[in-house]
Design a protein around this ligand. Structure first.
Ligand code: G6P
Ligand code: MN
Length: 437
């Protein structure tokens, strides 16, 4: 069975390959890496060759990559880290958050990711109509909703952050995933864990939220000061919404943005992969990347070092492989994924892609029922979904004015004049946004 990875020259591809090698059943027998950048493909090919012997083929031809694939992982970054740096810098210069997926930066990124992802979806529908497409491309919820318009339920969106959050909370509660039913819901990078029910139906979360000592034992408990008031554990990305001034200031005062750090790190690492021990060069860079993830947020709140346990099942490759195994072998699994709402959250329409616990098997991923979202989450989810819908409309019509409306609708922008300045500044710097007129 063939797995194709779009964005196959991406830095995290060796994590997926390692997870495939660790799969005792060898569900996947061949990997095809597709990328627009042959040099990055070559470098990642060297790292994989050092890791194991599962056959790998590389190509810069999308049609060739898609043909014959049983599973397609779409993990592209349109505009590369150059684009991410512009997303961050333009927003910060205008006085708003500059971040990969949240706020102005995330909207600019979405305006690049969606058109390319729609092209991919159209080719996949034609060349690999029976394949399952697992979307990692950010902003993952938005991109999954766009692709679902072409591929329906054969596209499943994934993110590692809800799984990581739930794993940390369950450890703090000393319970196993199989013994509890959880209420986690929202949109990608905008979700909350608001119920952990044991076999008797009792909710274990209020006890944890009331216990300051136990709250200090996991990252979200240290980052957020308002968990008791919320009655929930928010996804780490909610920090930008709950402390907009503090997080903006922290991002602005950092010596460089996350994108600028990663661009420098990757330039160096891809070069080193070609010139010294490929696996060592990649591993060193990966450890450094993990250790510095969301460092500003942790510094701001005194949350301390990032917990890093390389043996835990988290990581996006873990989630993607779990989906693939459940589908390929019809082995039922319960995973938090991005899928069409279909009545799960009554505040959103059926086609809205939401991030919720799903039952996964050979028929795909079906949302499981969850309790209604907490009241404080409702307006935020509605507002960000409204932004997403305007982004999709701006892409469909090529309308700059609709892109401005998308920007103005976002809770972290909110001002039409500022929104217009942002869109025009992004258009001036990002050739990928030339379609907006
Ligand atoms: C998490 C998120 C991803 C995001 C990544 C950024 O894994 O779930 O959606 O892209 O962090 O990490 P980075 O190292 O690129 O800043
Ligand atoms: Mn994510």
């Amino acid at each position: 069975m063939r797995l194709t990875i779009l964005g196959g020259g991406g830095f995290r591809v060796p994590l997926v390959y390692k997870a495939l090698l660790a799969d005792p059943e060898w569900t996947i027998t061949e990997v095809v890496l597709y990328d627009v950048d042959a040099a990055r493909l070559d470098a990642i090919g060297r790292v994989l060759a050092a890791l194991g012997s599962l056959p790998v083929r590389t190509t810069t031809d999308l049609d060739e990559a898609l043909t014959g694939a049983a599973f397609v992982f779409s993990a592209i970054r349109v505009g590369g880290l150059r684009g991410r740096v512009v997303d961050e810098r333009v927003a910060l210069a205008a006085g708003v958050l500059g971040q990969e997926t949240v706020g102005a930066g995330g909207i600019a990124y979405g305006l690049r990711s969606v058109p390319e992802s729609l092209r991919i979806a159209a080719r996949a529908a034609e060349l690999a109509p029976d394949a399952w497409l697992i979307n990692f491309t950010n902003p993952a919820g938005l991109v999954t909703e766009a692709m679902a318009g072409v591929l329906g339920d054969r596209v499943i969106g994934i993110c590692d952050s809800p799984t990581g959050l739930v794993d940390r909370v369950l450890r703090a509660l000393s319970v196993e995933a199989g013994d509890v039913r959880i209420d986690y819901a929202g949109l990608n990078h905008l979700g909350w864990l608001y119920g952990v029910h044991d076999a008797t139906g009792r909710d274990l979360l209020p006890g944890l939220l009331a216990d300051d000592e136990r709250l200090r034992t996991f990252e979200e408990g240290r980052i957020f000061g308002n968990l008791r008031e919320l009655g929930a554990v928010p996804n780490e990305y909610l920090h930008y919404y709950y402390d907009p001034a503090g997080t903006l200031d922290a991002v602005r005062s950092a010596p460089r943005t996350r994108g600028a750090f990663l661009r420098e790190q990757q330039d160096r690492t891809y070069h080193e992969i070609a010139s010294r021990d490929p696996l060592q060069a990649w591993t060193d860079a990966w450890r450094e990347r993990e250790a510095t993830y969301m460092a500003e947020n942790r510094d701001l709140t005194g949350a301390g070092e990032r917990e890093q346990d390389e043996s835990r099942p988290a990581g996006y490759e873990g989630v993607a492989l779990a989906v693939m195994r459940a589908v390929a072998r019809d082995e039922p699994a319960s995973l938090i994924l991005n899928v069409a709402n279909r009545g799960t959250l009554e505040i959103l329409d059926d086609a809205a892609v939401v991030e919720v616990p799903c039952a996964v098997d050979a028929r795909g991923a079906k949302p499981r029922p969850v309790a209604a979202l907490p009241g404080h989450a409702v307006d935020l989810v509605r507002a960000v979904k409204a932004t997403d819908r305007l982004i999709l409309e701006a892409v469909a019509t090529g309308s700059r004015d609709t892109a401005v409306r998308a920007m103005a609708t976002h809770p972290l922008v909110g001002d039409p004049a500022l929104a217009a300045r942002l869109i025009d500044a992004y258009r001036a710097e990002l050739p990928e946004l030339a379609y907006l007129s």
